[in-house]
Write a protein that binds this ligand. Structure first.
Ligand code: PEP
Ligand code: MG
Length: 578
């Protein structure tokens, strides 16, 4: 029987293939000595983790649809029984008391001894019970360690498969692109998580937030991903498969039709010239920039240079990477964003490594880290300046929240210019330096910032996250992620108005720029430059070409006065049907 699971689409398309369940990577279990007076607290911590694990499993069991095969519920019940067993209820407590050690270490010691017993069993059925123990222990360990899932051991067997995973770190997603996966389904993650953005770079259908997917899908099972309808169909029948094969062909035809727009100008019906640029995350994205004839690169995320390695890239390595992009763009503008690491993007090569791994979206992220650690930041500024001698490069700063940060970066850029002068290395003395508007503070301060910067680029992914106080990688709150929230729209409008008044260019480079349903609204708000993933650029161009901006003023005003996003949606529908 076909089972339907739901999530949030982050990369549109239809895929038919076999499932490959990607299990979480090994955890690093710390070993600590606990002083006598804290032993009881450690015992309580462990007992609390057991309770949370049981709660998690019960929630999973309670959400099993009625028609689901019985053995899935039994599987969960087995895990719940294990949690109640003295082997996990009592023995680890004994180990904590005897060895005066932390709960994670006690649990691991107990797990190792159980596993070694199972390993010696002849009965294959009983041997597989070992996996169950490991899964349950892994669940408790993750709770104790308060750790998100990471897949560091991405295997080579992924070609042609649909990956089902709890969550992928951006670093893992990058590793995966080499494995020709057909689609990605993850249980965690929101639509604008960096992982989702990278998945789009793979140009394959992807659905995130598909809760408990790994409980319902078996390795090797046939599945269909319809990310246009946010659905994953498990074990589809012949008729369903035929329907989707036809749909796949239809989509392909639509994509071919859009190709006809490639070399046409992005002008509105009333002949306003709109600039459509590309966002790139990886050097591999360059070919798609050409394939849609983008007007340049509006956002070059530079984090890829820093991920999946322990050493920092030096100035030369960065310069070569930037130069490569500048040369391949042949005179079109390239907006290089300085390092935006932290939150969901980790890397090892800084003295703040441990801090970054724990860093939340509100922590020592992006420009905050760069200003704290000049050894990290200066080589990048020098490399960007050097690349600016070879083409129209712009430098863009992420996560600005006050004027001081902007001025500090400008001072460091000045210092870097002096250094290059001494070294007799060329750079563009008039390198445009822009400011990303992605905190509510920056959007409200836009008219002040505009006086001190050469351009704005609105990062709506973060602007929405910070305005609505929702972590963009937490799917528990992704239902609150709302680009049409009146507060978000008014901050965008404030930014555009401030830029127009100060006579500086303003672009929008968050995911909103690549959603054709928002194109008219943004045009109505006065936006003339959009930067997006190349997979959506031609669709947005089509929306631009069908719009008469002269008709938008009245309805845009009404939208900006709406008290709720529900009302905004009603007007937006009218606007899109004009
Ligand atoms: C944004 O926040 O909208 C943005 C473009 O930057 P990133 O998604 O890389 O944080
Ligand atoms: Mg951002």
């Amino acid at each position: 029987m076909t089972l339907a699971l739901y999530g949030t689409s982050v990369s549109k398309g239809i895929a038919i293939g076999t499932a490959h369940i990607l299990e979480s990577s090994e955890l690093e279990i710390p070993q600590r000595t606990i002083p006598d007076y804290l032993v009881q607290a450690e015992i309580s911590r462990y007992q609390f983790a057991l309770q949370v694990a049981a709660q998690q499993l019960k929630i999973i069991r309670d959400h099993i649809p009625k028609h689901t095969p019985e053995d899935i519920a039994l599987f969960i019940d087995t895990h719940l029984l294990m949690l109640d067993d003295p082997m996990l209820q009592e023995r680890p407590l004994g180990i904590i008391k005897e060895k005066k050690c932390n709960a994670e270490h006690a649990l691991q010691t107990q797990c190792d001894s159980i596993v070694s017993v199972f390993n010696e069993m002849d009965d294959p059925y009983l041997r597989t019970r070992k996996d169950d123990i490991e899964h349950v222990v892994n669940r408790i360990q993750r709770i104790l360690l308060n750790q998100p899932s990471e897949h560091t051991n991405v295997v080579d067997r992924l070609k042609g498969q649909i990956i089902i995973t709890d969550d992928l770190s951006p670093a893992d997603t990058i590793l995966m692109q080499h494995h020709d996966v057909v689609a990605i389904v993850s249980e965690q993650g929101g639509p604008t998580s960096h992982t989702a953005i990278l998945a789009r770079s793979l140009n394959i259908p992807a659905i995130v937030g598909a809760k408990h997917a790994r409980q319902y899908v078996k390795d090797g099972e046939c599945i269909i991903i319809d990310s246009l309808a946010n659905v994953i169909l498990v074990d589809p029948g012949k008729q369903i498969r035929e329907h989707y094969l036809a749909l796949q062909k239809q989509l392909k035809r639509k994509r071919t039709d859009l190709q006809a727009l490639k070399l046409k100008p992005a002008n509105t019906l009333d002949n306003k010239k709109i600039t459509l640029c590309a966002n790139i995350e990886l050097p591999e994205d360059l070919s798609s920039v050409k394939s849609v004839a983008a007007s340049g690169i509006g956002l070059f995320r530079t984090e890829f240079l820093f991920m999946n390695r322990t050493e920092l890239p030096d100035e030369d390595e960065q310069y070569q990477a930037y130069l490569n992009v500048v040369k391949s763009l042949k005179g079109l503008p390239v907006t290089i964003r300085t390092l935006d690491i932290g939150a969901d993007k980790h890397f090892a090569g800084t003295v703040y490594k441990e801090h970054i791994e724990k860093c939340s979206a509100l922590g020592l992220r992006a420009i905050r880290l760069c200003l704290r650690d000049p050894a990290l930041f200066k080589p990048q500024l020098l490399a960007i300046l050097r690349a600016s001698a070879h083409g129209p490069v712009k430098l863009m700063i992420p996560m600005i929240s006050n004027l001081q940060e902007l001025l500090q970066v400008q001072a460091l850029i000045e210092e870097s210019k002096q250094e290059l002068k001494k070294r007799k290395i060329k750079y563009n003395n008039r390198l445009p330096v822009g400011c990303m508007i992605e905190t509510p503070a920056a959007a409200m301060l836009a008219s002040t910032l505009a006086v001190h910067t050469d351009f704005f680029s609105i990062g709506t992914n973060d602007l929405i996250q910070y305005t609505l106080a929702i972590d963009r990688i937490d799917n528990e709150v992704s239902y609150l992620y709302d680009p049409l929230h009146p507060a978000v729209l008014n901050l965008i409008q404030n930014t555009i108005k401030a830029a127009i008044k100060a006579n500086i260019p303003v672009a929008l480079c968050g995911e909103m720029a690549g959603e054709p349903i928002y194109t008219r609204l943004l045009l109505g708000m006065g936006l003339c430059e959009f930067s997006m993933h190349t997979s959506t650029l031609l669709e947005v161009k089509q929306a631009v070409k069908l719009t008469d901006t002269k008709k938008l003023a009245g309805i845009t005003k009404k939208i900006l006065k709406c008290p709720t996003s529900h009302e905004v949606s009603r007007y937006l529908e009218k606007m899109n049907n004009l």
